[in-house]
Ligand binder design. Structure first.
Ligand code: ADP
Ligand code: ZN
Ligand code: ZN
Length: 837
């Protein structure tokens, strides 16, 4: 697009400008000038490097190419063009724009979250010694001296490197002082973060790839047996006699170095003497994986019907909701559909909640799809994620299974998107902006790419089921488990009655539950116990004065963790030692109150000394493979009792679990939120679903202080639709989604009064146009101080019809900005969450 013929026929050089999206929270696109040399190459969606401000160098993405210089500033030149094949599609740019509008944030924030950081080049601050400085007479501290020595050695260091070398956490003070003394200079180094993985290989030099020369060589090495061994090893793996072309590909260097019978120095000598040469190739980080041809999916008759029904529904509807009970084999149905779409040449995206992805399902899919399937997961390294991204661009991966952020991958020809466990709240991003919902985004992507969306769940979200009932989505239901498996028998255990009988103040393990565990252990069956709260006990309390240790940064009590003997804040991560005596009254009697997974684990070990007990929660699964390991041990029956939080409920499939126990059901049901009943139904149904798969009948025991609660009886009866009907009535009556749209605004300020006043000012402004009924609050959220900032929330409720949503959002933004600009509130933040959950 570089040169155009003008009317006289001579060529004229055109100056182009590009508007780029910068990965920073600013409202506008920025315009840069394209250097002439790039005119031919620049394309929409390509990454470019630009200077932003006086110091920063950023990776940006080209959104438009045009010929109009900006009117109010002088455009800088682009510094570099990174992609000749754009890494971002024009459709994605459209989507980013849509997201920024809908979720009320900046497009740069969308880009920042969308691109894996490996695709963002950053400028990194580095330090080096000032060559013009007299070190001899400088007055230096011990650490300064050490840093200088390190710099003399290394030439330059990044801040992190410097802090590692010195073993000093806070290196900034030190650097600052050396910079002030003009001993050290700071400079910016641009670096590409993505590093391709390279493999060192060995091959014969060209002179030897002829039979004659090779024979001569072989003879000449007869007296050097070590070198000859190395040569023979090469020829065994790479039979160049048969085909001289084979030499080109060579042999991995590790095939020599890892072979203990071969001499490394012999290989070195051969390389030095020009017989072998070393070269490098770029390889994939993902292991080669060949599909197992023996794995065939054979759908049951009912599954086949369901698959047919889904296809039929797709003829009329773009979205279909598959409501299938736990263990009905939804995964098999997905695989069947994926295969069909995949064979037709379209791309497929399969979304799973974060935690489900790390385990069973991926290995199941790999056996079928092998290398053609990409996996996109947040526990992957950044380099791995970049490779999946590039693989989608290049066509290597036409099928990706991934978490929430996989909706950002650069697909351009999607045929089908599957959202498994569509009710899962982990599809919603809380922080940072864009606070998007991946399930809802798939509907937007589907409209763009004319593809179909299948939402699947045993306990669909009220919103999705409503859409299905209203005919907006197709609805397909599967109410029986696969094969001979039956749904588990769910029973309530009355804690109130037991407490009276045993004359105890509180009971964690009812006698019914203990008895049931005993029975299962006796017949070598496994047990899952669910307590949705980690740590040992949610708080400590002084017996004498009832003082409760609170976080110094947040308005919450500190959770006691016994294994590390710490009090921890689950909101900000603050840690402190548990007090030996009460800080308020000095009493030595400080008790732990309530119980989390740790305490249950602890008590189990005392009660069932023979059983192997394992805990699965955030604290035991932080390392990359620990989650996988626990699942594997449980599968292999090296664990009898697994205690854990919600993590247990996500799509796991164990053959030998015949008992599930649920603690603290009342707390789940009575959580103060309009979705709490729906959530309680979902969570307990899902956990229950882990019991009694294959041919073992399963039992679920739910411990509750109030056996009359309606939602519990809906769970027992497996009455999803009953729960839904009640829920949808309430939602309509109290004007909640899906009958309204919600937007939540949260003010944050270190000064409590300022936060409250800002929220009030904002609410007042909003009320002027939106009216009293649509603006609720401000009120203090459940936890009103987090990380030393005081929070107030305002909830905006908007009816779904007859409202200009865009205009309303624009109005809200304006009011927000006015409050933010007000002199009264320095350092105020106002966070917007559209469709909060
Ligand atoms: P869901 O996701 O609906 O809870 P799964 O897909 O995990 O159910 O299936 C439950 C169990 O039944 C799994 O062990 C799965 O392997 C098995 N299963 C389901 N359908 C089939 C089938 N068509 N052939 C063989 N096994 C199946
Ligand atoms: Zn006290
Ligand atoms: Zn805290």
């Amino acid at each position: 697009m570089q040169t155009e013929l003008n009317t006289t026929g001579s060529t004229e050089v055109i100056t182009y400008f590009v508007d780029v999206i910068l990965p920073v929270p600013i409202p506008k696109l920025f315009t840069y000038r394209v250097p002439l040399a790039m005119n031919d190459l620049i394309q929409v969606g390509a990454r470019v490097i630009v200077q932003f401000g006086s110091k920063k160098v950023l990776t940006a993405v080209v959104a438009h190419i045009h010929k109009n210089p900006p009117t109010n500033y002088k455009a800088k030149y682009l510094l570099e063009l990174l992609d000749e094949v754009p890494m971002v599609t024009p459709q994605q740019i459209e989507m980013f724009q849509w997201m920024a509008g809908y979720y009320m944030c900046y497009i740069g924030e969308v880009l920042n979250v969308a691109l894996p950081s490996g695709l963002k080049i950053s400028s990194q601050s580095k330090i080096q010694l000032n060559p013009n400085v007299d070190l001899v007479h400088a007055d230096l501290s011990h650490n300064e001296q050490r840093l200088i020595e390190a710099l003399q050695e290394a030439q330059s260091l990044s801040y992190t490197e410097a802090s590692e070398v010195l073993g000093v956490r806070n290196i900034y003070q030190l650097i600052k002082s050396l910079v002030a003394k003009e001993i050290v200079l700071v400079f910016e180094e641009i670096r590409e973060r993505y590093q391709p993985k390279k493999l060192k290989k060995i091959r014969l030099c060209k002179e030897y790839i002829e039979k004659q020369t090779l024979d001569t060589l072989s003879k000449s090495l007869e007296k050097k047996p070590k070198q000859q061994d190395v040569l023979l090893n090469y020829l065994r793996h790479v039979p160049v006699y048969k085909d001289w072309m084979l030499n080109e590909g060579g042999l991995a260097k590790s095939a020599f170095t890892k072979n203990e019978t071969l001499s490394n120095s012999a290989l070195k000598t051969l390389t030095k003497n020009g017989i072998f040469e070393e070269f490098e190739i770029i390889v994939s980080r993902f292991d080669e994986y060949i599909p197992d041809p023996n794995v065939k999916i054979e759908l049951s008759e009912r599954q086949q019907e369901v698959s047919g029904e889904i296809m039929l529904n797709f003829e009329e509807k773009d979205v279909v909701l598959l409501h299938g009970v736990t263990g009905s084999g939804k995964t098999e149905i997905y695989i069947d559909l994926i295969q069909k779409v995949f064979e037709s040449g379209s791309q497929v995206l399969f979304l799973l909640p974060e935690i489900a992805l790390t385990t069973q399902i991926v290995s199941r899919l790999k056996r079928i799809f092998g290398n053609q399937m990409g996996v996109y997961h947040s526990k992957f390294s950044d380099n791995e994620r970049v490779e999946v991204w590039q693989g989608v661009v290049s066509g290597r991966f036409n099928f990706v299974v991934g978490v929430r952020s996989a909706v950002f991958l650069p697909f351009d020809n999607l045929g089908l998107i599957i959202v498994d466990e569509e009710h899962e709240s982990s599809y919603k991003q809380y922080d940072p902006a864009p606070r998007y919902h991946a399930r809802d985004m798939t509907l937007v992507i589907a409209r763009q790419q004319h593809c179909k969306v299948l939402l699947g769940s045993a306990t669909p979200s009220t919103e999705s089921f409503y859409n299905a009932k209203m005919g907006r989505y197709g609805l397909v239901q599967l109410k029986e488990r696969y094969g001979s498996a039956r749904l588990p028998d769910i029973q309530l255990v009355d804690l109130t009655a037991e407490r009276k009988k045993m004359k105890k103040r509180s009971i964690r393990f009812s006698s019914t539950l203990v008895q049931a565990i005993k029975e299962r252990l006796h017949v070598q069956e496994q047990v899952i116990l669910f307590q949705n709260r980690r740590g040992y006990s949610p708080y400590m309390s002084c017996r004498a004065c009832a003082h409760i240790p609170k976080c110094e940064n947040c308005a919450v009590s500190l959770t006691y963790h016994m294994y590390s003997n710490e009090l921890r804040c689950h909101y900000c991560g603050h840690i402190e030692a548990p007090p030996r005596k009460c800080p308020a009254c000095g009493s030595m009697e400080i008790a732990t109150v309530g119980y989390g997974t740790e305490k249950i684990e602890d008590e189990l070990k005392v009660m069932f000394t023979q059983a192997r007990v394992q805990r699965m929660d955030l604290d035991t699964t932080r390392a990359k493979n620990s989650y996988q390991q626990i699942i594997q041990d449980f599968e292999n029956q090296q664990i009898e009792i697994l205690v854990g939080t919600q993590m247990l409920s996500k799509g796991l499939d164990f053959d030998n679990v015949s008992l599930v126990g649920i603690f603290d059901a009342d707390r789940i049901i009575n959580f103060p939120d309009f979705r709490s009943h729906e959530r309680a139904f979902q969570i307990m149904t899902q956990v229950s679903g882990r019991a009694g798969r294959k041919d073992k009948p399963g039992l679920v025991l739910i411990q509750t202080a109030d056996t009359q609660q309606d939602v519990l009886h809906k769970i027992i009866a497996g009455d999803y639709e009953g729960m839904y009907r009640k829920e949808i009535e309430d939602r309509q009556y109290f004007k909640y989604p899906p009958f309204t749209r919600l937007i939540k605004l949260t003010t944050k300020h270190i000064d409590k009064g300022a936060s409250a006043r800002a929220a009030q000012m904002l609410a007042d402004k909003l009320t002027t146009k939106l009216g009293r009924d649509r603006v609720l609050g401000p009120e203090a959220p459940l936890v009103e101080k987090i990380r030393n900032k005081y929070l107030k929330t305002i909830l905006i409720k908007l009816e779904r019809e007859k409202i200009d949503l865009k205009a309303v959002k624009h109005f809200i933004q304006e009011q927000r900005e006015e409050v933010l600009l007000s002199k009264e509130f320095k350092k105020l933040q106002i966070v917007i969450d559209v469709d909060p959950i």
